[in-house]
Design a protein around this ligand. Structure first.
Ligand code: ZN
Length: 283
């Protein structure tokens, strides 16, 4: 019972491998990810064209890819009532593990707030109707996000993808039982405040993600991020929680598997105390 046989599989809970950045070598990127120990990649289909590309990607790599379907807030100007119907049909036929990425992005002047609100509300309602987790994209919009989600208290778990925010948002997210997507943003040298916030996150709510091809960590060999960077990212992130890389992989894979129903076996899963599973932050 004391040994952990073999390294834990890793889950990349947020990637965009359907992005054109991977058109030249997508198969090689998936092979390298598997070689690096990344057992699953959750690919986020963020608009109708990306839903279909995500579906095709999962069809090609059925044992490596799962998909999430939604409308990115930066695509909210595309939102129409007909798009809600199209998304509902896509959820019924393509069977995603969650809805998203949805939310608010106020880091630019577009899309208009009203468009973002309509698109987000429609996806909140779909997540409620299907009982699926909701993957949130949030930039400079923590207060509006909390307001919108407080009006929907009965959703399945919420994932705050690439978590960024202040103490108020962290307190709210812990209270709400949100999951926290952690990746390249937390590894930037200037992200000292973010790392201090993430230290407070309950360990049974932590998820690893790359957001490939975006947010490559500082030490990565290329500015194009890939899931194969996750073992090194886990090692670089682990000191935030005073853990080692193996413990971070083990607990984040356990969390991702529980949340998205991935059915991944993690060695040492019965030993909750060694990496703090199930409890709030322990210091
Ligand atoms: Zn994304």
């Amino acid at each position: 019972m004391s040994a952990h046989p073999g390294p834990a599989p890793i889950v990349d809970t947020h990637a965009h491998l359907d992005d054109s950045a991977f058109d030249a070598d997508r198969d090689g990127v998936l092979a390298a990810s598997r070689e690096a120990g990344v057992a699953r990649v959750i690919n986020i289909g963020y608009n109708p064209a990306s839903w279909e590309r995500s579906r095709q990607l999962r069809e090609r790599f059925p044992d490596q890819i799962e998909i999430v379907l939604g409308l990115h807030p930066l695509d909210a100007m595309e939102f129409r009532p007909a798009l809600t119907i199209a998304l509902q049909r896509a959820i019924e036929t393509m069977r995603p593990v969650a809805i998203g990425e949805a939310g608010f992005d106020f880091s630019r002047r577009m899309p208009a707030l009203a468009d973002q609100e309509r698109a987000f509300q429609a996806q909140i309602e779909l997540a409620a109707a299907f009982g699926l987790p909701l993957v949130i994209h949030q930039r400079a919009a923590g207060d509006d996000l909390m307001l919108a989600l407080d009006r929907a208290p009965d959703l399945a778990p919420i994932v705050l993808h690439s978590f960024d925010g202040n103490q108020r948002l962290m307190d709210w997210a812990i209270e709400r039982g949100c999951y926290f997507g952690v990746g390249g943003l937390a590894l930037k040298p200037g992200s000292t405040d973010l790392r201090a916030l993430l230290r407070q996150a309950p360990r049974d709510r932590l998820l690893l993600e790359t957001d490939s091809p975006y947010l490559a960590p500082p030490a990565a060999p290329s500015r194009r991020n890939t899931p194969a960077n996750l073992p090194a990212m886990a090692a670089a992130l682990a000191p935030i929680w005073s853990l080692d890389a193996e413990a971070v992989c083990r607990l984040t894979t356990r969390n991702a598997s529980r949340l998205f129903g991935l059915g991944l076996a993690v060695a040492g899963a019965a030993m909750a105390a060694d990496d703090g599973e199930g409890g709030l932050n322990q210091g």
